[in-house]
Design a protein around this ligand. Structure first.
Ligand code: BGC
Ligand code: ZN
Length: 368
């Protein structure tokens, strides 16, 4: 079986590897689900793994199969599997449990262990291959009428979790009715978070560097009924003083400078969620006394959110479905850059590294 892999630690080592085809019996107790991979999305995490910034191979391997956003069709199931049947469209969660209490209650997305196990990212092979098998616990159904949104289920799960975490954390206030939200960054997480928040009736401002005119990201944000603002035209401070401070910020630029700058503009009792994975070495200067003072006097909350468990996948998929009803045809516009076949892995990586218009790169692995 073909697979797209990297040699962790060696920059730009993406290559075609060979793996044996898995079988349902690889998973004990009849809980295996064998999936034929149809499509796999790639994102900045795959790029940074290929740049050797992080990512480790599974034990016994010197390569790591990448790709953690999958869409496939169930080919066979073990005798104990009830959730899915052959022929169902599915995706799969990314993280696998370690040993902490959170891992043992199905919340590996908030594991307290430093080492984490993630398919396609750390210590577990990913999905950029022809077949994979996993425990039914980690397999999530995708309704046939959403199959055109395929690989977006995984990034959507992260966006859904980020918003859910904000609402859960804000229960500290007893009453929290956010009116205005900012989403910083208009990549896949930023746009999908925009959708989740718009579905909750919140006034959303999606902020990113690119100009508004002729910009697909702006069109998608506006398609969801959000306001798109180019931060090249208007700084965060200007925006806050002109239109008011936000009650909620979902930060998804991938830039730690913006993450810290947002701390200067969040409103009283506000919540900010950091979702950017910043694998670099950037340092930033912050007006420490002012931020500290305002955060204390304003009872503000900052939380980090990573990954998602199967419940976040399910709620994300529900929101994608609702999104199709409220804003038909908008979400699929995120899926900009298909690449045909695993053999074309070099083109896949080139788009990811070089093409500023590649909002979403994904590989068509097989047809049904
Ligand atoms: C993935 C998450 C993962 C995170 C950290 C993201 O790209 O979508 O599932 O937890 O990287 O590795
Ligand atoms: Zn990702």
């Amino acid at each position: 079986m073909k697979a797209v892999a990297v040699r962790p630690g060696i920059p730009d080592s993406v290559h075609l590897a060979d793996l044996p085809k898995p079988s349902v019996d690889d998973i004990p107790d009849g809980r295996g689900v064998l999936v034929r991979v149809l499509k796999v999305g790639v994102d900045a995490t795959d790029r940074e793994i290929n740049e050797a910034r992080y990512g480790k191979p599974p034990e016994g391997y010197d390569f790591l199969v990448i790709g953690h956003e999958c869409f496939g069709i169930v080919e066979a199931v073990g005798s104990a599997v009830r959730k899915v049947r052959p022929g169902d469209y599915v995706t799969c969660t990314v993280r696998r449990p370690g040993r902490s209490i959170f891992d043992r209650i199905g919340r590996s997305d908030i594991t307290s262990e430093e080492e984490y196990y993630e398919r396609g990212i750390n210590l577990r092979h990913g999905f950029l291959t022809e077949y994979f098998v996993d425990d039914e616990e980690f397999v999530v159904r995708i309704p046939p009428r959403l199959k055109h949104l395929h690989v977006l289920a995984e990034p959507m799960s992260c966006a859904a979790k980020a918003v859910e975490q904000a609402f859960l954390a804000q229960q500290r206030l007893q009453v929290w009715e956010p009116k205005r939200a900012w989403v910083t960054g208009a990549g896949q997480i930023g746009l999908l978070a925009t959708l989740v928040l718009r579905l909750r009736g919140i006034d959303v401002w999606t902020l990113a560097r690119g100009p508004k005119e002729g910009n697909l990201k702006a069109e998608i944000a506006e398609g969801y009924g959000a306001a798109y603002v180019s931060t090249s035209d208007c700084s965060l401070h200007e925006l806050a003083s002109r239109y008011g401070r936000p009650d909620l910020i979902i930060e998804a630029t991938g830039h730690s400078g913006v993450a810290f700058e947002c701390m200067e503009v969040l409103g009283h009792n506000g919540c900010m969620v950091w979702t950017s994975i910043t694998g670099g070495e950037r340092t930033v200067q912050v007006p420490g006394d002012q931020v500290n003072l305002n955060w204390v006097l304003g009872n503000k909350m900052l939380l980090g959110s990573v990954n998602a468990n199967f419940r976040h996948f399910e709620s994300g998929i529900c929101d994608m479905a609702l999104g199709e009803v409220f804003f038909p045809g908008v979400t699929e516009r995120i899926l900009t850059h298909p690449v045909d076949g695993l053999d074309n892995y070099a083109e896949m990586m080139r788009l990811l590294v070089e093409d500023p218009h590649a909002l979403k790169v994904y590989v068509n692995v097989a047809t049904e």
